[in-house]
Design a protein around this ligand. Sequence first.
Ligand code: NI
Length: 344
Amino acid sequence: MKRITAFLLCIISLLCLLGTFVPAQAAQGPKLLALTFDDGPSKYTDKLLDGLKERGAKATFFMVGSNVNAYPETVKRMKKEGHQLATHTMSHANLALSSVDNIKSEVFGVNDRINAIVGDGKYYLRPPYGSYNDTVKRTVMTPIIYWSVDTEDWKSRNTQSVYNKIMNTARDGDIILLHDLYLTSVEGALKAVDSLQQQGYVFVTVEQLLRRRGIVPTDGTVYFDAPNRGINLPGVVAPVIATRNTILGKKVIIGRYSPSDHVFYTADGQKPGTKSEQYTKSYYIREEQTVQAVSVGESELSEISKEHLTPEAVVSKNDLDKLFYYFRSTFLAKEQKFVIGMKI
Ligand code: NI
């Protein structure tokens, strides 16, 4: 819990700091959409993951407990490929009609199962039937994600209808409701991704959508969409370097925005890159040192190339190096200097 709190504090301070560094043109940036799939995983989810991977698109999966149990390999794959894992309760319960104890076991039960498969994480909630009340909001200890586009894919079970619904209604910042229980939903969604990418849309997870629109998700708050209201942050965020004094000495902690981000650092004054030491956990320092770190979202590499390079440009490893965001902290006896949000 402490770790999570520290992490959140890092992120909140990072967002505050970013506010002063975001260039004016950032408000323009790409149009973003979040595809969300409820009720799975199912036997069609791997096909969906194949399609998303091919297109460099990310999605969010609101999963029910029984299907998490039935498809652990698919859950692992979602995480590995940079999608957002989220909960849709153990038994697709109507939470507004449930007791506090039942709300807890329905929501935390799925969290425990996902944790058992992929390690600790924070899982947003989509309440089944979109049904919630104040008790649900107070109890779930996670942001609640509604939607702004309802494809009604479960009703039509028709690829063309799913496609049309998305194409006719989806606008920048929308959260699109789908179900990965039907092949027609998978095919309709992928077809829409193809068309919308042509129009310049970038498909991100709900977490990324909120973050890039400057929204700090709060437990118990309901989010419907995140249109561009003047804040449109880039896909990669600099890591945050901090120190903590412990009984055994001073510890360096590097915070990353997303658990799927990779962080590399140096402590010898050299500029960090992907060949530097990879950060996995906090460590002690015995003497003054300059720590520099870069972060890159492996899952976002394709997105970076689309956003930051002209369409004709071929992404080489060198190009990618330039796109890293980095953060530098110099730990001196009494002062800490830092630079944040610089492109290198
Ligand atoms: Ni559902």
